[in-house]
Design a binder for this molecule. Structure first.
Ligand SMILES: Cc1ncc(COP(=O)(O)O)c(C=O)c1O
Length: 399
């Protein structure tokens, strides 16, 4: 019923994924061998065509050629509440709790400006999504990193003792929490979320919970919204969501917050209203209503099967390479490879390894800005035949 095999030709169509001139410090055209095309496997967007439930709603609105000032439709709020009810079992989302955010990172910065108007310390797990590091630094917040650690099974875990120590020592009052976690692919379970929430409650930490990946959950795992794990979390969390990762709509910009705590919400909404920057685009509203529909949900269910297959293919190929360490992600479509041993065994620097991949068109991403000394982040959100092609090339020419 849905099309997960067409490879959209994104060249010349404004997509940084494919048309970026430089990546990982190399000019792509200088390193790419002429017999290979580009396989975009870096920035977190997808190489699938979006379902027609989205484009139909946008076309319907475009057919009415008038784009004056508009008000947000009741259907927009209902679509969001219904999505979270049917996908995550959350039943108490009211219209009031929902607010548009001009990009998830925009919502994160606005929230911090309210929580810590004079700057200050923010707790962040590392490795961390580079968008967090950039916006926190650019807005002069001090990042207090708490490292995720791998347990004996290679599973990334929060280090609660370290988090507590840092919250206490540094007198931290705000945390940026990423759930599911990019780049490690962890989907935090209830026990872990409750433990984190108890810690935040003990020290009065307000949580900005980035749940942009919450629809892309693999292999039977389950996303649990942070605000649902305790009374304290319910009243003291800014949850941030978007249909952008789920449906490949980042170019339309259409994130939103869910904030149950009335006082917290009023403060953030007042701040945002005063900036006058935070207004939704009418087409992005129609895109969200099309996406958060029954057909959209069925499309996501099908997509998850493809992503799981892609993960299996990638892991089988990578686990056969001695010296590469990689865990099966529980969510997202990203792999986070640790190539330290491999580089040592083959007397390669990470830059040399990145370049070898790029020579054969594998546009993977330097993982060091996320964390680690020899890491690579690899995006698997492409039709399966392209993922197979990537691993054929890596096997033949790189590893
Ligand atoms: C964890 C996380 N948050 C936020 C974003 C970006 O969100 P937006 O484009 O809505 O600012 C990304 C994109 O990769 C992400 O991985």
């Amino acid at each position: 019923m849905f099309d997960y095999t067409t490879v959209p030709d994104r060249r010349g169509k404004d997509a940084i994924a494919i048309d970026i001139p430089e990546l990982n410090g190399f000019v792509i055209d200088d390193v790419l061998k002429p017999e290979f095309d580009r396989l975009p496997m870096w920035v977190a967007d997808m190489n699938f065509v979006v379902p027609t439930c989205i484009t139909d709603r946008m076309s319907e609105r475009l057919a009415h050629p008038s784009f004056g000032y508009y008000s947000v439709r009741a259907e927009y709020y209902e679509a969001i509440a219904n999505w979270h009810r049917t996908r995550h079992g959350i039943t108490d989302i009211t219209k009031d709790a929902i607010g548009y955010e001009n990009g998830l990172l925009g919502g994160l910065v606005s929230s911090l400006k309210v929580l810590l108007p004079h700057g200050g310390k923010v707790l962040l797990h590392t490795p961390a999504y580079i968008g967090f590091t950039h916006v926190l630094k650019d807005n002069h917040y001090d990042i207090i990193g708490s490292e995720l650690i791998k347990d004996a099974d290679g599973r990334w875990q929060m280090d609660l003792a370290d988090m507590e120590e840092k919250i206490k020592m540094e007198d931290i009052k705000a945390a940026v929490f990423c759930s599911p976690h990019n780049p490690t692919g962890r989907v935090w379970n209830r026990e872990e979320l409750e433990a984190a929430a108890a810690l935040f409650e003990k020290y009065g930490v307000t949580v900005i919970s980035d749940e942009i990946w919450s629809d892309l959950i693999l292999f039977g795992n389950q996303h649990i919204p942070f605000a649902s794990v305790s009374e304290y979390a319910h009243e003291n969390t800014v949850e941030l969501y978007a249909p952008s990762k789920t449906f490949n709509l980042a170019g339309l910009v259409g994130s939103y917050h869910i904030i149950y705590g009335k006082e917290l919400r009023n403060r953030i909404e007042a701040y945002e209203a005063a900036t006058s920057y935070n207004h939704m685009n009418v087409l992005s509203m129609y895109a969200l209503m099309g996406a958060y529909s029954e057909e959209g949900a069925a499309w996501v269910d099908g997509l998850l099967k493809i992503l799981e297959e892609n993960v299996r293919i990638a892991l089988e190929a990578l686990q056969a390479v001695q010296g590469i360490s990689v865990e099966q992600p529980e969510g997202t479509y990203m792999l986070f490879l640790d190539c330290k041993e491999y580089c040592a065994q083959h007397h390669l620097t990470l830059d040399e390894l990145l370049k070898k991949g790029m020579e054969v068109g594998v546009l993977w991403q330097d993982g060091r800005p996320f964390g680690g000394t020899h890491t690579i982040r690899l995006n698997l959100a492409s039709p399966t035949q392209r993922i197979e092609e990537a691993f054929r090339r890596l096997k033949q020419h790189v590893f």
